[in-house]
Every structure is written in C-alpha cells, then in structure tokens.
Design a protein around this ligand. Structure first.
Ligand code: SF4
Ligand code: FES
Length: 240
C-alpha cells in the first residue's frame, strides 16, 4: 500500500464523505477517518482475513466485506443501517452459542471486542440454543493460559505468531462445526512451544482465549477499555 492520498477522491459512508489512500480497503479508510465499522477478525496491523462477516456493508447496493473491498471514488457504502445491524446481531448471537462465553466470570470482560460489539449491536440475549461444547483449557504454560471455550476463530493469533513472532504456535484445524484452534506442538500443549509473554500473539486475541497468568484482575471490572466508552467511540484507539 502507498501513503499517497488519492487527490480529492472519496467515497460515501452512510452519506458522509470519507477520503481514501490508494490501495486502502473501505474499513482502513473509514477507521483513519474515525468512522466505526463493526469488525472482529480485522485488525489494523494485519492483512484482512475476511471470515467473520461482521464488517458486511452494502457497496453500491451489493453486500461485501468492508475489510476486503477496496475503496474507490464515488462508492456508495452503507454500514449503519437497521438491516445490516440486524444481520450483525444474528452473527454475534451465533458466535455466542457456538462457544462458551460466560462474560460475568471472564477476566477479559470489559476488554473484549466480542462483548463490546454485542453491546454495540444491542444484543440482549443469545436467541439460539447454546451448544455448550466441551473444550478443556490448556494451563500447561507457566505464564499463559489458553481457554479455548471463547475462541471465535478469527485467526489473529495464527497470523501474529506466524508473521510477527515467526513461531507458528497456532493453527486452525477441522471443518464446519468441528473447526477449532490447536497448538502446534507434538503434545498439543502450549508448554511445549516457544511462546512467551512478549510475543505479539500473546496480546492479540480480541476475546478471552490467550490470557497472561496472574494479571487477570489488575484493572478492576468497571474501569476497563469498553467500560469507559462503547467500541464505536474508540475507533482511533489503535489496535484492539
Ligand atoms: Fe482469534 Fe483468540 Fe481464537 Fe486466536 S484464540 S483465533 S486470536 S479468538
Ligand atoms: Fe471483515 Fe471479519 S472484519 S470479515
């Protein structure tokens, strides 16, 4: 991507002009302009993954993922509409029943992008029947806990460990409802990988799967990132 701003070029997002740089996607340009488009698997530091579909927008009337659609002059993008937000709420409800998300007892509560996005979309309950999958935690590592129950398969840890840490600690395996995150070691346990607290993968998880041990409640509930302001008002807050 180049930093060159397309001179005088902008697209319309919910009726307001958003300038863009050549090569930027709709969500990159919108984020730079301080405009919120819901997302889970997109992160400003990484190439788009395009899997969660939370960022679905209408581009000239057709549905596309804002994290993969390139910005172009005169596009008409709709994002904050009743129809798209209802679709996002349904996706969130499916994610909540597919895993085991018990927000009141989760140490990521208040710092969790899934929880914050659910609040943003007005989700008040799961709507669907919970699957309650059986996913044992991995507490083998001296400094890092893995609670697979909360994984939303965004692959950010896979990308961070592979592309930034150069360690390839995580992978996604299986198909359909059996798709799951696994640890790349002979034993399948985190203790048998080179992962450390300093790795980018340790701090990238948008939900509460990858947790540094002994730090969980250092910041009390009520004083955490999304306790202060909703996610839509923290667009320029940098990486989640
Ligand atoms: Fe995404 Fe976290 Fe699951 Fe990794 S562990 S795939 S970062 S939700
Ligand atoms: Fe675009 Fe997940 S944020 S598909």
């Amino acid at each position: 991507m180049t930093d060159e701003v397309s001179p005088g070029q902008s697209f319309s997002l919910d009726g307001e002009d958003v300038p863009f740089r050549l090569g930027e996607t709709v969500i990159q340009a919108a984020t730079r302009a301080g405009r919120y488009i819901p997302h889970l698997c997109w992160h400003p530091e990484f190439a788009a993954h395009g899997s969660c579909r939370l960022c679905s927008v209408k581009v000239n009337g057709r549905v596309g993922a804002a994290c993969t659609v390139r910005a172009a002059a005169a596009l008409e993008v709709e994002s904050d509409t009743e129809e798209l937000n209802a679709h996002r709420k349904t996706l969130l409800q499916m994610l909540f029943v597919e895993g085991n998300h018990f927000c009141p007892s989760c140490e990521k509560s208040g710092n969790c992008l899934l929880q914050a996005t659910a609040y943003q979309m007005g989700m008040e309950g799961p709507h669907f029947e919970e699957f309650y999958p059986d996913r044992p935690v991995d507490a083998s590592h001296p400094d890092i806990l893995l609670d697979f129950n909360r994984c939303i398969l965004c692959e950010l840890c896979v990308r961070a460990s592979r592309d930034v840490d150069r360690k390839n600690v995580f992978a996604i395996s299986g198909h359909g409802i059996q798709t799951h995150l696994l640890v790349n070691s002979a034993s399948g346990r985190l203790v048998d990988t080179p992962m450390t607290l300093e790795d980018r993968a340790t701090s990238i998880c948008p939900v509460g799967v990858i947790l540094p041990k002994r730090r969980g409640f250092a910041i009390p509930i009520g004083q955490r990132r999304f306790d202060a302001k909703p996610v839509s008002e923290q667009v320029e807050g940098g990486p989640e």
